[in-house]
Design a protein around this ligand. Structure first.
Ligand code: GDP
Length: 608
């Protein structure tokens, strides 16, 4: 069957750059994309080669005509000869996440806003999602049909709005970590009878870090103890300021359960969306993001995609990550088959060769060959990239490097402490360290143990994690290692501040670094006369060494630090106990040990 006439613009031919024009003068600006020889530079700038060689010689650089120049030297020479300069990065078409394909403004049309509902557990997210889904629906229309995918569209006063049901906070930051931003508006649900809670703050952090506007839905207004003013006041501490107090956060008072205030909330979404002037170009092949994906027993890899720009047709070829395939069937949230999906439409597709990950970008192509070529180039590239996964500043070493290069940088910090008071104190001390070169931004300062969600936020925002008087669990520590996020732990504010200050000054790091050997859980307590409290423990992770240092953790907070007085297996003193074994531990000078405490064994090692 001949392919039907299709007037959509292909994404890649659209964004392609001519690789031959790697250096040229354009209106007084020398634009280059890669290193260039002395001879070529002379030709482009219309200057005598000998003149350039002489100039460089006087600066102490001996070069020949065929020698390649570094970016800095090219820049200097341009300025000396009266040109401005600009290095452009060439983005290959297989790197379509980075491909900045500009749409002709005349092709742009309004698109539906994409809304995510976030908030603390039990504050009513699910109830609100249901209330929204069923609002305006004529009885019997879709009421009885269960929704097939975790995103849906709703028409409000003739305008479509896309709701993403499922992300939750982890998924939201996991997506951002992959560079995907799918949400235009966050609806923050806060229960009027409970107020701001840890996950409320987490949601605020996520939305702010992603630069997404927040509409506050104060829920459970029907509850007898509802106190919306308290919620509004609490939120001010997090820079969420209601319009009536001169801020720009829309606040809606609702009862998801009684379906009150839902219309007003939907109207607020429309208003917020209009302010954002969201546009897309339906006249090109689709690009977008995977919202969720799974392996369906009957149909194979199945993915929910959000079309973010362009139009997806039901027989397009798409590339997602390193997978590609022809869209064999495309359905909406009611399992109805779709032929076309416009921008901001969530669809479920089958036909991919592998299951992609949530947050992966996809791009559609007119021909199978294009899709296959790009997918295979990406596979190759992925191999290379895996070797150099981490390029942001998630370690102090990166930071030293960046500072030494003389770049102005922002250090993002996720800070967890044993109390809100100390979190605030550390945060304000850190933010005072700002210098001309370095800006410290504490993107989260909260009380509590370091959790996976902190790791995700740090990963998504290239942040360092600092713990003050708190410790991560072994599981969280592993996750941090996997994501290559550094966790810095301190017990003294001064030491923490000094470390960051030293990093800023580009000074040498402290010589001793900590090496955690293992963790053990306290399962029984024995009071032994003349000895004190002995903890019957189980080594859950790593190894325990009699001679190493230890600390006692309760709910993630440090309650004591010191040495082991004794380490026993049954009645015998031993030097080490491995993971999976029980042992008796007496912590020197410490008897206030509780069942459920974690004892962490660590040593200090010298680092160059
Ligand atoms: P989620 O964890 O945020 O998804 O919260 P749910 O939607 O599951 O709601 C948690 C509990 O709060 C449930 O028992 C709901 O019935 C109740 N709830 C939700 N909305 C309201 C409301 O507007 N008023 C009252 N009184 N209860 C509500």
């Amino acid at each position: 069957m001949a392919k039907k006439q299709d007037d959509r613009i292909s994404n890649v031919s659209h964004g392609k750059k001519n690789n031959k024009d790697y250096a040229k003068v354009n209106g007084g600006v020398f634009v280059f994309t890669k290193s260039i020889t002395v001879g070529d530079l002379a030709k482009q700038l219309n200057i005598n080669v000998a003149d350039i060689i002489k100039k460089l010689f006087l600066k102490g650089k001996m070069v020949t005509i065929n020698q390649y120049l570094d970016d800095e030297t090219i820049g200097e020479l341009c300025l000396e000869y009266g040109y401005d300069f600009k290095k452009e990065e060439i983005v290959n078409e297989e790197d379509f996440e980075k491909l900045n394909i500009e749409d002709d403004p005349k092709d742009l049309v309004e698109r539906a806003p994409v809304v995510t509902i976030m908030g603390h557990v039990d504050h009513g997210k699910t109830t609100l999602i249901d209330a929204i889904r069923n609002s305006n629906v004529a009885a019997g229309e879709f009421g009885g049909i269960s929704q097939a995918i975790g995103a849906y569209q709703k028409e409000i006063h003739g305008k479509k709005v896309t709701f993403i049901d499922t992300p939750g906070h982890e998924a939201f930051s996991a997506m951002r970590m992959r560079g995907a931003s799918v949400t235009d508006i966050v609806v923050l649900v806060v229960a009027a009878d409970d107020g701001v809670m840890p996950q409320t703050i987490e949601a605020i952090d996520h939305a702010k870090a992603a630069g997404v506007p927040i509409i506050v839905a104060v829920n459970k207004m029907d509850a007898p103890s509802a106190d919306p003013e308290r919620v509004i006041n609490q939120l001010m501490q997090y820079d969420i300021i209601a319009e009536k107090y001169g801020g720009d956060n829309i606040v809606c008072l609702i009862s998801a359960k009684k379906k009150q205030g839902i219309e007003e909330l939907l109207d607020a979404i429309i208003v917020q969306a209009e302010m954002a002037e969201l546009k897309a170009n339906p006249k090109r092949y689709a690009i977008g993001t995977v919202l969720e994906a799974n392996l369906d027993k009957g149909e194979g890899p199945k993915a929910t995609l959000l079309v973010q720009n362009g139009t997806l047709n039901s027989n397009d070829y798409i590339v997602v990550g390193t997978a590609y395939g022809k869209v064999r069937r495309m359905t909406n949230e009611h399992n109805q088959v779709l032929k076309v999906a416009a921008p901001s439409t969530p669809v479920s597709v089958i036909g991919l060769s592998e299951v992609p990950s949530a947050g992966d970008k996809f791009m559609a192509f007119p021909t199978e060959k294009q899709a296959r070529d790009i997918a295979s180039k990406r596979s190759l590239k992925k191999l290379e990239e895996e070797r150099a996964l981490n390029n942001g500043i998630t370690s102090l070493d990166d930071l030293y490097g960046k500072i030494q290069e003389g770049n102005m940088i922002q250090i993002n910090i996720v800070l967890k402490a044993d109390s809100t008071g100390s979190a605030d104190a550390v945060k304000s001390s850190l933010e005072k360290l700002n210098s001309d070169q370095v800006k410290i931004k504490v993107i989260r300062a909260a009380a509590g143990a370091i959790t996976e969600s902190d790791i995700l936020l740090a990963g998504a925002s290239n942040a360092l994690i600092y713990g003050f008087n708190v410790r991560p669990s072994a599981q969280v520590r592993k996750k941090a290692e996997e994501e290559k996020i550094e966790i810095h732990l301190h017990r003294i504010i001064y030491a923490l501040i000094e470390e960051v200050q030293n990093a800023i000054n580009g000074l040498e790091k402290k010589e001793e670094v900590e090496n955690v050997l293992g963790q053990a859980e306290v399962r029984n307590i024995f009071k032994v006369s003349k000895v004190g409290t002995v903890a019957g423990c189980y080594v859950t992770d790593g190894i325990f060494k009699r001679d190493a240092l230890c600390r006692v953790l309760r709910d993630g907070a440090i309650v004591y630090e010191g040495k082991l007085e004794s380490l026993k297996r049954f009645k015998d003193d031993v030097k080490t106990v491995a993971q999976g074994f029980e042992c008796g531990i007496k912590v020197e000078n410490f008897n206030d040990i509780h069942e459920g405490d974690i004892i962490e064994n660590y040593e200090l090692i010298e680092k160059e």
